[in-house]
Design a protein around this ligand. Structure first.
Ligand SMILES: CCCCCCCCCCCCCC(=O)CC(=O)SCCNC(=O)CCNC(=O)[C@H](O)C(C)(C)COP(=O)(O)OP(=O)(O)OC[C@H]1O[C@@H](n2cnc3c(N)ncnc32)[C@H](O)[C@@H]1OP(=O)(O)O
Ligand SMILES: NC(=O)C1=CN([C@@H]2O[C@H](COP(=O)(O)OP(=O)(O)OC[C@H]3O[C@@H](n4cnc5c(N)ncnc54)[C@H](O)[C@@H]3O)[C@@H](O)[C@H]2O)C=CC1
Length: 732
């Protein structure tokens, strides 16, 4: 809906009304069309202001309408009519003007927005502009098809428009003013200022105000600009079609008259609108939001659990993870006590953490006060904190001791969290006086950069403890996903299956290059072997050794079997050769030096694989990309179904968010569970069964019970899976 009223005698004020973000649903579009007609037809009205209810201009098209039959007045002619109006139309932008919302504003003759100068947020000083503007359609698998690709380059120039349209990034009002998107910013009431402004421009010529009549500023070398842009978008999101279409549409703006450019925009949009990628990205938009509405099998829920305030936090252990966590806490405005027992590590951390903070501040355009962090070698320093995050070595005996000490030193209501990646959160909780205040906060490396946080609730974790960790994660800018306590939690448990299949494929004749190529063409930024080299092969080796698996003294058939199931010792053997990946300059690939980044094919590795196969009587065969993808991805997906069945994750959206934000799953494929839905559950079952027949010594190739049940229920679409999921085997 849109409300229309006349204000200040001669200004027609149109207010978009569609909470929470005034999305341009059919009824809002109808409301705008009717209101504009009324304003233009009213002799007393000399100018018009368009604004949004409740301090939000407009969040763009109503994304929920995309999957359905579209009805109501179309956006493009509506915006044309506004631009063609013979009375000045001013957009009063508060909150957000995104997508169709910004395109609507670009159709207006003037744009005014809200900008608040400086905000001191604890120790961080930021320029906090309340309004954000942008064309995020590309993040939904689309392009700005209501004239955005044609008007924005005409207004702010091709390079700046290309950047905004291909990345979908939101800009603050201050930046928008600088770019020339806005005519004016105010710290006062935007609508009042816009009304006054509308009065002041009454009767003025609108000839120079209609953006569609502008020409793009000429550029000397258009071809290389667009070639570069194309290369950039292709490498940023391999295989994603929307960014490519965005570049093509902006090129049309730069090279064609407006009307033809609009035709091209429409044509390109038609290729995207019903694409699988658009479906995946739009699913993922809502999935990201759904993970915030967490629940646990014990009945705790996001809307009934009260988080506790956390002002002061402690981090124990300032190694790789502890340093990143300290930075992320300080960036979120918390006061942090950072504890490290080893003097050398502590000394290094006191230098590394401020420099990480400084780099972050430069990137984010903020300033930071490093005094928000105090360093100590003594655990007693955590006595008055509200929450502790333990990040010492992955050693149960050590962690037990730390939790016992924390339980004595801390206030009785302090939340005790562990960043363990594999150990039992319930066991750690049992070492404390208040097990209900213990949860896992599983960050991903580098912890101050990676968006994902798994919040691991244990058998006895209280709803308030889960809610507090979830809220703190959000405050730290993370996507927090609540998961149950099991080996590897959700993400690493699924990853284990994926890695194992990759090893088996090498045994059967594949090379790291072949496997990685298939996964990278699928859209992963790095294949499994390049990724393992980056994170260090020794990490998994240590875990396998602790589990009693990495025994390379075994010979004959027993070398490749553990607990009656197939096992590949390839990773263990590589580590025994001192090949830990990038850090040693050798792993699945070779690097020019230890710490080198560029992976090169390694003849040594290929010989090693040949000898290994010969030693074990394995006859190499040709393996194609389809088999690589199906074996690596379908086992991962199958484990995801198992996790859903056990209630470790509440819904498929949780798993998809974990994989996109933590493991580089290509967002335009929606996440592993969405991908299974796209491929078809029956097909996933059929392929898993086939592979299980070929490899009966790999039990987890058998389709999970839930997957079979979903197929038996007619393979309902992903948003209906929760109806079929029964948490019979819940961990809680
Ligand atoms: C042959 C076929 C030819 C086809 C040709 C078809 C031609 C059609 C031409 C149509 C041209 C249309 C072009 C166009 O207009 C495209 C667009 O505008 S796409 C939408 C672009 N907008 C966005 O991407 C903004 C998305 N929203 C946000 O980024 C944030 O929500 C926002 C910054 C606005 C606010 O953030 P925050 O305060 O943190 O709130 P939440 O994110 O939690 O959101 C609250 C609530 O609102 C829901 N929501 C938000 N935006 C939208 C939206 N645009 N549509 C629907 N719903 C929206 C959000 O999901 C939350 O609800 P939940 O229930 O929690 O999920
Ligand atoms: N490295 C990674 O990618 C990830 C690691 N994790 C988990 O995070 C934890 C830490 O891992 P990393 O940072 O990689 O280890 P790390 O080895 O880099 O750092 C551990 C630090 O803890 C310190 N420490 C040991 N005992 C201590 C004590 N009693 N009090 C204070 N400090 C103590 C050590 O001196 C060392 O500086 C582990 O549980 C690990 O499984 C979780 C996610 C990812």
């Amino acid at each position: 809906m849109a409300q229309y009223r006349r204000v200040s005698g001669s200004v027609g004020l149109i207010t978009l009304q569609n909470p929470p973000v005034n999305a341009l649903s059919a009824s809002v579009r109808q409301g705008i069309v009717d209101s504009v007609k009324r304003a233009l037809g009213d002799q007393k009205v000399k100018s018009v202001v368009i604004c949004g209810q409740n301090g939000v201009f407009c969040g763009g098209a109503d994304i929920r309408e995309f999957g359905r039959q579209m009805s109501g007045p179309p956006l493009v002619p509506m915006i044309h009519d506004i631009e063609a109006a013979n009375k000045p139309v001013v957009a009063a932008i508060e909150g957000s003007a995104l997508g169709g919302g910004l395109e609507l504003a670009l159709g207006c003759h003037y744009r005014i927005s809200h900008s608040k100068a400086v905000v001191y947020h604890c120790f961080i000083m930021t320029m906090s502009d309340q309004a954000k503007l942008g064309l995020p359609e590309v993040t939904l698998g689309l392009l700005p098809a209501a004239g955005g690709t044609q008007r924005l380059p005409r207004l702010i120039g091709v390079p700046a428009a290309l950047n905004l349209i291909t990345t979908g990034r939101h800009v603050t009002a201050a930046e928008a003013l600088q770019l020339g998107i806005l005519d004016h910013v105010t710290e006062h009431n935007t609508v009042d200022v816009a009304v006054k402004f509308a009065l002041s421009v009454t009767g003025e010529s609108l000839d120079g105000r209609r953006i569609s009549s502008f020409s793009c500023a000429p550029l000397s070398d258009l071809d290389s600009l667009f070639e570069e842009a194309m290369l950039k978008v292709r490498s940023a999101a391999r295989g994603a079609i929307a960014p490519v279409a965005c570049v093509q549409a902006v090129r049309a703006a730069a090279t064609l008259p407006y009307a033809q450019g609009m035709e091209r925009e429409k044509e390109l949009m038609a290729t995207l609108f019903h694409s699988g990628q658009a479906r995946a990205l739009q699913y993922f938009f809502f999935a990201q939001r759904a993970v915030g509405r967490w629940s646990t099998p014990s009945g705790a829920r996001w809307d009934t659990s009260q988080p506790r305030p956390v002002r002061k936090a402690a981090v124990i252990g300032l190694g790789t993870m502890g340093r990143g966590i300290t930075v992320a806490l300080a960036q979120a405005g918390l006061s942090v006590v950072a504890v490290e027992t080893h003097a050398k590590q502590l000394m290094e951390a006191t230098k590394a953490v401020p420099s990480m903070l400084k780099r972050g501040a430069v990137r984010g355009g903020t300033t930071i006060e490093p005094d928000s962090i105090t360093y100590s070698q003594n655990l007693q320093a955590v006595a008055d904190v509200d929450l502790v995050i333990e990040a010492v070595f992955e050693d149960m005996a050590l962690k037990e001791k730390v939790f016992q000490q924390l339980s004595i030193i801390c206030k009785p209501d302090t939340l005790l969290c562990t960043n363990t990646s594999s150990l039992d959160v319930d066991h750690l909780a049992s070492q404390t006086r208040h097990p209900e205040l213990v949860v896992g906060m599983h960050f991903f490396a580098p912890a101050h950069v990676m968006k994902l946080l798994e919040v691991v609730y244990g058998r006895r974790s209280s709803p308030a403890a889960v809610a507090t960790a979830m809220q703190l994660g959000k405050k730290m800018g993370k996507v927090s996903v609540a998961v149950g306590n099991c080996r590897g939690f959700a993400g690493n448990r699924m990853l284990k299956r994926y890695l194992e299949q990759a090893f088996f494929l090498l045994e059967e004749g594949a090379t790291p290059e072949l496997v990685d190529r298939a996964l990278e063409e699928f859209g992963f930024p790095m294949g499994v072997f390049r990724m393992s080299d980056l994170s260090g092969l020794d990490v998994g080796w240590r875990v396998r050794k602790a589990d009693g698996l990495a025994d390379t003294s075994l010979t004959g058939t027993s070398a490749r079997v553990r607990q009656g199931c197939r096992y590949s010792p390839l990773g263990d053997l590589l580590c025994e050769h001192g090949r830990f990946g990038q850090k040693t300059g050798r792993g699945w690939y070779q690097y020019d030096k230890p710490g080198g980044r560029v992976a090169k094919s390694d003849p040594w590795l290929h010989n090693f694989l040949d000898e290994y196969r010969a030693r074990h009587g394995l006859v190499p065969r040709c393996i194609d990309q389809q088999e690589v993808l199906e074996r690596c991805l379908f086992v991962l997906i199958n484990e995801g179904f198992q996790i859903l069945e056990e209630g470790i994750a509440a819904g498929p959206e949780d798993i998809d968010a974990i994989y996109v934000f933590g493991y580089g799953w290509p967002r335009h494929r929606g996440g592993p569970m969405f991908y299974a839905d796209m491929v078809g559950l029956e097909r996933v079952v059929e392929r898993l069964e086939r592979y299980h027949q070929a490899h009966p010594d790999v039990p987890y190739l058998q389709p999970s019970g839930l997957l079979r049940r979903l197929v038996a229920n007619g393979s309902p679409p992903i948003h209906k899976w929760r109806n079929v999921i029964k948490n019979r085997n819940s961990q809680l």
